[in-house]
Design a protein around this ligand. Structure first.
Ligand SMILES: C[S@@+](CC[C@H](N)C(=O)[O-])C[C@H]1O[C@@H](n2cnc3c(N)ncnc32)[C@H](O)[C@@H]1O
Length: 418
């Protein structure tokens, strides 16, 4: 069915704003939809997916848009919409525009120069090629430039995974268990979940399989004292609280009141009563210091470049710069040092990011070990064995979309010496 002709102008307007990179693309898109309530759901979907397609393929599309007709922003919008909805579903195109889009569709992407195929900013492309080589970088870029599947986590307090899969099948929603995360479900298409009874009663949450694995790596147990240092809206907090079987005490720290406030309704749905959200001013806040040496496990899901989540947030690659990575790096080191003071002897500290860059990952872990004699590295392969997770890793967890079909994640586990 053809889309309303207004989608092209709307996509153009949204793109103009998004490509200024003054804020996250999802926030700009949601605001536009709030301000334009008459747009239908198919149109909204095509506009959002079309804008995301431009962000994913920006370099290649900019080169394609050197040919074509009409204003440059319209050409980009048409390329994105054609990718998201198909040329035949776009109404109101001129004959030349349709013919142009059909010509572009014939281009063999493998014949493009490597930088256009990768669609990464030059600094990032160069960094990855220097580390992994060109072939592996292109494979990684290809996986990062595709939309992510929809993964769910089952709330183990309330349901078993196989029962949720059977219940979803009745909807009917086609899904399967995730290969590595024991409570994960991968959904084939992207159905609306918000109105499902399973969602309303807190049996499921949307969470990438990689993110779920971090919760298991922390290994929190019944009755323990645990801190989720950078809890945000609580993606991982909810999984940790359930792993603790709603016992013990789980502090959810964050410096963002807005993000922590999004945790509240999720907590209410989850049935957890062991979680204590705590707004802190910074990582050295007195509220943190009060818990020094009292905690069994701390997760530092550090603020990072987010370059491992480009499947969901393709704008991040254009918004990050080498300078922003340096700033984030200083924050990561400082948060990790403060979090380390919380641990009891024998306690475990997990440092995690959704970055693909060594300077946010191994380099931070190695610097931590070099400056914290009281801690040792627990090799990731041992942690995964303890948790019965069938993933081949050495010292660290390194998940990558082209190898594991998850977002890109890194994790290191440290233990405070007894
Ligand atoms: C990667 S996000 C966390 C995502 C969250 N753990 C989840 O699973 O949904 C990083 C978080 O760190 C928070 N943050 C930034 N600086 C911080 C600091 N100094 N101390 C604690 N949290 C901080 C940010 O507000 C953000 O919510």
């Amino acid at each position: 069915m053809r889309l309303h002709p207004a989608v092209v102008g709307a996509a153009e307007e949204v793109l103009r704003e998004v490509l200024r990179f003054t804020g996250p693309a999802d926030v700009i898109i949601s605001r536009y939809f709030r301000e334009h309530p008459k747009l239908g759901s198919r149109e909204r979907n095509a506009i959002a997916e079309g804008v995301y397609a431009v962000l994913r393929n920006k370099l290649a599309y900019a080169s394609f848009a050197e040919s074509g007709y009409g204003p440059a922003m319209r050409r980009l919008a048409l390329l994105g919409l054609a990718d998201a909805a198909g040329v035949d579903n776009l109404g109101s195109l001129s004959a030349e525009e349709t013919e142009w889009l059909q010509r572009i569709a014939q281009i063999d992407r493998a014949s493009l120069p490597v930088t256009l195929r990768a669609n990464l900013p030059q600094w990032l492309f160069d960094k990855l090629v220097a580390r992994d080589g060109e072939a592996a970088t292109l494979e990684l870029a290809d996986a990062l430039n595709r939309p992510a599947p929809l993964d769910l986590r089952v709330n183990a307090l309330k349901w078993k995974r196989e029962d949720v899969i059977a219940e979803l099948a009745k909807a009917p929603i086609v899904c399967e268990p995730t290969p590595y995360a024991p409570l994960g479900i991968r959904v084939r298409k992207k159905p609306a979940l918000q109105n499902l009874p399973l969602f309303k009663e807190g049996a499921i949450e949307v969470q990438d399989e990689g993110s779920q694995l971090l919760t298991h790596i922390l290994g929190a147990k019944r009755g323990e004292m645990v801190v989720d240092f950078c809890a945000g809206a609580g993606g991982k907090t909810l999984g940790i609280g359930a792993a603790m079987r709603n016992t013990g005490r789980l502090y959810a720290f964050d410096v963002s009141e807005k993000r922590l406030s999004k945790l509240k309704p999720r907590l209410a749905r989850s049935g957890l009563s062991n979680v204590h959200p705590v707004l802190i001013a910074h990582e050295n806040d007195a509220k943190v210091k009060r818990l020094a040496s009292k905690i069994d496990r701390v997760l530092v899901d550090a603020p990072c470049s987010g370059l491992g989540t480009l499947r969901r947030n393709p704008d991040m690659k254009w918004r990050q710069t080498p300078e922003s990575i340096v700033e984030l790096n200083a924050k990561q080191v400082s948060i990790l040092a403060s979090a380390a003071r919380l641990l009891k002897p024998g306690g475990r500290l997990v440092y995690a990011t959704c970055s693909l860059l060594d300077e946010e990952n191994e380099a931070v872990a190695q610097q931590f070990l070099a400056t914290h004699e009281g801690f040792t590295l627990v090799p990731m392969k041992d942690v995964l064995l303890e948790q019965k997770i069938a993933l081949e890793m050495q010292d660290y967890l390194k998940l990558s979309p082209h190898l594991h079909h998850t977002d890109g994640f890194f994790a290191a586990v440290f233990e405070r010496k007894k």
